[in-house]
Design a protein around this ligand. Structure first.
Ligand code: UD1
Length: 363
């Protein structure tokens, strides 16, 4: 048997590993030679940011939890590297599989490669070009020491080719996050506050904001909230508050009446809210992929995206971080002028199986 470490650390990782684990288990039942060890780094540790996702998505309990918890970028990176190196020295694996672009992704790739354990990166090759985002540094460092690249788009393939990666190391497989979305579409369920907030299909917004550029200054964030409250014309704006955002919110006086602050939502409730919203307003990357597949208009408060196909093919539009840009964008939406959008190639729900088929070949 060959042992694959599957690394997960933060919320956006969990929906990406679920279909890979499902496909690995199916392959093992069919007599395959791949075994896996699920390693949770503990970067996210609250039930709302982590545990709920394991339960709802049927992800088995991690065999190992490095329990690194919070810290600065360097503290988290260092703690994850030390913890994962110890694990590899105690029992070496044959491959370290990392997903996405969080600190855990980069830290485990470095620890593995230094012990000559090969690395596979799922969601490789995407770039925002914005070096002020920690995720961009994580992407570049991870891809610089990755052996096998699993990609979500042709743009990512081209970026990797241009950086000199040989064609046979690039595997265009599609999007595991979309595997999870499609597999759970029929299970999506309204959150308990659906009736209390008077939500009806197509008559409310969903907002998520957690990037330092939008939420780390209380003055800037207060201006953004005021603009959001006004531009949405009194319709409810359901705003699940990320722990990082909660810190700034405590310094912001109040929020406009139509902004409804709620806890971070579990997967099935969050995507139910997205699916039935008039539009989503966000600074996340992953959510723009989900809105594209669900055909829900998405307004992104960022200047760049590492997922350009959500704009060129999907329903997403970048408006930058100036709160004044919200009003004209929402006016176009209310006027029924938002683009419709299509679905990028291979975002079809079968990416986990494709990844495992490649792993069976290369290991
Ligand atoms: C991380 C990821 C980001 C992802 C986001 C989604 C990196 C560099 N960033 O950012 O790509 O979009 O997760 O959630 O990896 N905290 C809690 N409970 C938790 C986790 C965090 O209270 O379970 C607090 C921490 O103490 C910290 C803050 O939230 O103060 C930020 O957490 P951190 O993991 O540093 O980065 P995120 O902003 O969550």
């Amino acid at each position: 048997m060959k042992l694959i470490d599957i690394i997960a650390g933060a919320r956006p990782n969990f929906m990406k590993i679920a279909p890979i684990i499902r496909a690995l288990e199916a392959s093992r039942r069919a007599g395959g030679r791949l075994d896996y060890r699920l390693v949770h780094t503990g970067q996210h540790y609250d039930a709302r940011m982590s545990g709920d996702f394991f339960t709802q998505l049927g992800i088995p309990a991690p065999q190992v939890n490095l329990e690194v918890g919070s810290g600065t970028q360097a503290e988290q990176t260092a703690a994850i590297m030390v913890g994962y190196e110890k694990l590899l020295l105690a029992r070496r694996s044959d491959l370290c599989l990392v997903v996405g672009d969080v600190t855990s992704t980069m830290a485990c790739a470095i620890a593995a490669q230094k012990l000559c354990v090969p690395v596979a990166h799922v969601e490789a090759g995407i770039r925002s070009g914005d070096w002020t985002m920690p995720e961009e540094i994580n992407r570049m460092v991870t891809d610089a020491i990755t052996n096998w690249f699993f990609t979500t788009s042709e743009v990512a393939n081209d970026t990797l080719r241009r950086s000199g990666i040989a064609e046979e190391r690039i595997h265009f497989v599609g999007n595991t996050m979309i595997d999870t979305l499609l597999a759970n579409m029929a299970r999506l369920q309204p959150p308990p506050f659906w009736d209390d907030l008077g939500l009806t299909v197509g008559n409310y917004f969903v907002a998520t904001l957690h990037r330092p550029a939008n939420v780390d200054s209380s003055d800037g964030f207060a201006r953004l909230l005021a603009a959001l409250g006004g531009a949405t014309r009194g319709l409810p704006v359901v705003f699940p508050v990320h722990p990082r955002t909660a810190k700034t919110l405590r310094e912001v006086g109040g929020v406009p009446d139509n902004i409804c602050l709620v806890e971070p939502q579990p997967y099935l409730e969050f995507n139910y809210l997205v699916k039935h919203a008039k539009a989503v307003i966000t600074d996340s990357g992953g959510i723009t992929e989900e809105t594209t597949v669900m055909g829900v208009p998405c307004i992104t408060l960022r200047d760049s995206t590492e997922r350009p196909e959500t704009v060129t093919i999907g329903t997403n539009e970048l408006i930058g971080t100036d709160p004044a840009k919200l009003q004209p964008a929402l006016d176009r939406l209310f006027a029924g002028q938002w683009k419709r959008g299509g679905i990028p190639a291979l975002w079809d729900g079968r990416t986990g199986e494709r990844i495992v088929a490649v792993l069976e070949r290369i290991l």
